[in-house]
Design a binder for this molecule. Structure first.
Ligand code: BES
Ligand code: MN
Ligand code: ZN
Length: 511
């Protein structure tokens, strides 16, 4: 992944040369949009001509000349970007997302003119303080500037734009808070982009070993604790779920673990992410059309690993442990079969009706093991778990299922703030009944009805009384709602929600 140099300054913007100097303008009611006084003459002129109203995404370019008498900015171009009627917006989360979208618009504009270095003059808003304003714009522009070109060798042209190399944020006041906001936005965006990078990799480019390798390297750079449970240990510990899913594969499974504990004693959050690096369905083979998309079946694992990258940088006052059960799901003579019965880590037995319902099988062992080992205060799992969630919620909301109302509310609000909304679904005994087996404790599918919920019902057998929430991101991990800062392909969903949850964590709130 390329890294963009991100800096903050309170020096006058004229002190720097740049490809593009950016101002943001808010739309008013029948009056000229409001922006920095340095550009208001131009904005007024364009408004009077009817060329620029400051609508969301609207762009006004001009080209300052050095010859004029008045001091002109030392920028090749100036862009005034419209924010729309942001100042009358009461919903803070909406304001944040509009600013991220502005960042996305900006990244697109830069690609068009091939700008490599830009300066963004931060607007002063009534609806949001300087720290969060800076954070959201920084996040949006870095998320929007994402591209994955690793495997484009022959068709990539020399003239291809490589993205932004340097972004400078300019402010006149509160430089300390702005710097902090910019840093938070940068950390969140870079983590989400790391998750996108992992997800972009095909099944032969990202295996369980790559999850382990990334985690190990991260542990080294950030001072986290790294562990990896290999196949032999899984056999000794009786992790029959992940072993069964891996049975048809030639690549060994891995349970990758990263631990972060702050110096001060604190509560612990356990994150568990589904890391199926390719899901063929196994013996219950999927149809061929679109099967290539199942390389994205590791997006949950990518999200928790990338979240740890941000945790490692930020060192919050909350313990965070990430577990990624990683394997592919393949058919073969040795593969697990419909009718087989497996023993999970916590001794619960399960009848496998459909080998394509593999996510819950690997998550079950990871949840039971993680809760027993780390005794977390709460646990959140995230997985591209069911096609059913796409039927229910489409590509705009992730599914949320939880045994704890407070945790569910915290996640919902974190998701909203991050622009990654989720919708809660119920889980009661009637859904659990659907997965009762005649021959084992449970079975791995519960019929067509309520498929996203019966999948969660399966998981509920492995969390005991620990506050737990499950996020089904099958509809949002890729093909997510179109936004300027969300590219086509993997979205990196979950990363920024987790980070928001961690940043806003209050000790004792689940007690
Ligand atoms: N990885 C899939 C779920 C999925 C489907 C994610 C489509 C994204 C897009 C999961 O392992 C799966 O195959 N689920 C089955 C469960 C069924 C057999 C009960 C499904 O949803 O069809
Ligand atoms: Mn499957
Ligand atoms: Zn799957």
């Amino acid at each position: 992944m390329k890294t963009t140099r991100v800096t903050t300054t309170d020096k006058p913007v004229d002190s720097f040369e740049t490809d593009l100097l950016v101002y943001l303008a808010t739309q008013g009611k029948d009056k000229a949009p409001q922006s920095d006084k340095a550009v208001m003459a131009q904005v007024n002129k364009a408004f009077d001509l009817g060329d620029f109203k400051g609508k969301e995404g609207e762009q006004l370019f001009y080209y300052p000349s050095a010859s004029g008498k008045k001091k002109q900015p030392r920028a090749k171009r100036v862009l005034v970007l419209g924010l729309g009627k942001i100042e009358s917006e009461k919903d803070g989360a909406m304001v944040c997302d509009t600013l991220r979208e502005a960042g996305g618009h900006l990244a697109k504009a830069c690609e068009k003119i091939r700008a490599r270095g830009i300066i963004i003059c931060l607007p002063t808003l009534d609806t949001l303080g300087p720290e969060h304003t800076a954070e959201c714009i920084a996040e949006g522009v870095l998320l929007g500037d994402y591209r994955f070109t690793k495997y484009k060798q022959v068709t990539r042209k020399k003239t291809d734009y490589a993205g932004l190399a340097a972004i400078k944020f300019a402010c006149t006041v509160s430089v300390k808070s702005v710097r902090k906001g910019v840093m938070q936005g940068r950390i969140a965006a870079q983590a989400a982009c790391a998750a996108r990078d992992m997800a972009h990799e095909p099944g032969n480019g990202w295996t369980s070993a790559d999850f382990a390798g990334f985690a190990k390297a991260l542990a080294k750079t950030c001072g986290l604790n790294y562990r990896c449970i290999e196949k032999k240990e899984m056999e000794m510990m009786g992790m029959g779920g992940i072993l069964a899913v891996n049975q048809g594969s030639v690549i060994p499974p891995r349970m990758v673990i990263l631990e972060y504990q702050p110096e001060k004693k604190s509560e612990t959050l356990l994150l568990v992410g589904k890391g199926v690096t390719f899901d063929s369905g196994g013996i219950s083979l999927k149809p061929g059309t679109g099967m290539e998309e199942m390389k994205y079946d590791m997006c949950g694992g990518a999200a928790v690993l990338a979240a740890m990258q941000a945790v490692g940088e930020e060192k919050p006052n909350l313990g965070v442990v990430a577990i990624i059960p990683a394997t592919d799901n393949m058919p073969s003579g040795s593969a697990v079969k419909p009718g087989d019965i497996i023993h999970h880590f916590n001794k619960v037995t399960a009848e496998i009706i459909n080998t394509d319902a593999e996510g819950r099988m690997i998550l079950a062992d990871a949840l039971a093991y993680g809760i027993k080992t780390y005794k977390p205060d709460c646990v959140v799992d995230v997985a591209t778990l069911t096609g059913a969630i796409i039927l229910g919620l489409g590509h705009h909301y992730s599914g949320l299922i939880s045994n704890n109302d407070t945790l569910a509310l915290c996640l919902e609000s974190a998701g909203k703030l991050a622009g990654e909304p989720m919708w809660r679904l119920p889980l009661d005994k009637n859904y659990k009944k659907q997965i009762e087996s005649k021959v084992a404790d449970i079975k791995n599918i519960g019929g067509k009805a309520g498929g996203a919920i019966t999948a969660a019902a399966y998981l509920s057998n492995f969390v005991g009384k620990t506050p737990w929430a499950h996020l089904d991101i099958a509809g949002t991990a890729w093909d997510f709602t179109e936004k300027t800062y969300i590219p086509k392909g993997p979205s990196g969903i979950g990363v920024r929600t987790f980070l928001t949850l961690i940043r806003n964590w209050k000790t004792g709130k689940l007690k």
